[in-house]
Design a protein around this ligand. Structure first.
Ligand code: GRF
Length: 200
């Protein structure tokens, strides 16, 4: 059983997917805390409904990013967190947190990385005109959506797609991929060689 913390900023459908997977016994772990930088994140309601402890850390109330992330680190330490999951967390994690949790922070991103990192990945994909996009779960390093890739799922882009329809189709697969990657982590079913992830 691993101790999980989830960082969120918004609606929290990926958080919900993790909660559901734990309930169904598909993840051998427990969410100890959900932390949000946004007091209005709907994800907080989802966590409370599932009786998970929540913590709001409003970014603007801190003098700088370092102080803000110090608070995050305190929670991770207090709850003896094994895995930090970024599920729709809209900030770049600073080096202190990343260095303290090497290969223990994962992120879900709605494109086939390294294509279309950053914000509005689905819009970027539509604008570029790619025929295939998808989603990626990766370990977090100090770069933007740049850490070692754990799992990816390809999703076809239809000629009729706009940002909304593509986002919706990709999201369905995000909800499968993220819990799957968390369970791989829980079972230690991977090896990292030369910064590449090999699933055992
Ligand atoms: C997802 O598309 C995720 O890939 C991206 O942000 C979105 C969060 O959605 N990082 P939700 O808050 O989990 O519903």
């Amino acid at each position: 059983m691993i101790n999980i913390a989830v960082l969120v900023s918004g609606r929290g459908t990926n958080l919900q997917a993790i909660i559901n997977a734990i309930k169904k016994g598909r993840i051998e772990g427990e969410i100890k805390i959900v932390i949000s930088d946004n007091p209005n994140a709907y994800a907080l309601k989802r966590a409370k409904k599932a009786n998970i402890e929540v913590q709001v850390l409003p970014y603007k109330k801190y003098p700088n990013k370092e102080e803000y992330e110090k608070s995050i680190l305190e929670y991770l330490e207090n709850f003896k967190i094994d895995l930090l999951v970024l599920a729709g967390y809209m900030r770049l994690l600073g080096p202190k947190v990343v260095k303290k949790y090497p290969y223990r922070i994962i992120n879900i991103h709605p494109s086939l990385l390294p294509a279309f990192p950053g914000l509005e990945a689905q819009r970027q994909a539509i604008e570029y005109g790619v025929k295939i996009s998808g989603c990626t779960v990766h370990f977090v390093d100090e770069g933007l959506d740049s850490g070692p890739i754990i799992l990816q799922k390809a999703v076809k882009v239809r000629p009729s797609d706009d940002e909304e329809s593509l986002s919706k189709r990709i999201l369905k697969y995000e909800h499968k991929l993220l819990p799957q990657a968390i369970q791989l982590f829980a079972e230690c079913k991977f090896e990292i060689i030369n910064n590449k992830v090999f699933i055992k």
